[in-house]
Design a protein around this ligand. Structure first.
Ligand code: S3P
Length: 169
């Protein structure tokens, strides 16, 4: 089985994913890290040098590659992975994939992302918390229709890492 975690940037996909993999005795793979290794380039550099369309094409290509070559895996997707191409259906139609949406409120996303925005090309240009709040509000509104198709939705506001892990398990 592949447990795939989707959710907005900063929703905890990688942190929860690593811990979940330990609990389940599965391997862990972060799709962004995989893309970065395969392309020999960091995600910000990839956006800067080749552009977002190139990144999205590669994201779909490597998603398919991972789904068809790996198993017993916790897979942290990128925040945008389910929202481009046919990726949401690729994930939903694969009977080996168990899909989770890690849902977090906008104020909590802003708190987390304001500190980490420089590593994320889509938000690195935003300078204040107010700008970030406005951006996330619109962006999340567009993406929720994809995220909400997950068979499992885990709301993680006010929950400890342990609680979230127990709920997923
Ligand atoms: C993106 C999220 C990032 C990364 C890229 C684009 C997005 O992943 O894939 O910067 O479109 O939301 P994280 O969700 O791991 O930050």
């Amino acid at each position: 089985m592949i447990v795939a975690l989707m959710g907005y940037m900063g929703s905890g996909k990688s942190t929860i994913g690593k811990n979940l993999a330990t609990v389940l005795n599965y391997n862990f793979l972060d799709l962004d890290e995989y893309i970065s290794e395969q392309e020999n380039c960091s995600i910000p550099e990839l956006f800067k040098n080749k552009g977002e369309i190139y990144f999205r094409k590669k994201e779909t290509q490597y998603l398919n590659e991972v789904l068809s070559t790996k198993d017993n895996l916790v897979l942290a997707l990128g925040g945008g992975t389910p929202c481009y191409g046919n990726n949401i259906n690729i994930l939903l139609d694969n009977s080996n994939v168990n899909l989770f949406y890690l849902k977090l409120s906008i104020p909590n996303l802003v708190l987390r992302l304001f500190k980490e925005k420089d590593s994320r090309p889509l938000i690195s240009h935003l300078t204040t918390k107010e700008e970030l709040t406005e951006f996330i509000g619109k962006h999340l509104f567009e993406r929720t229709q994809y995220y909400n198709q997950a068979s499992n939705i885990i709301t993680s506001d006010n929950k400890s890492k342990k609680d979230i892990l127990e709920e997923i398990v």
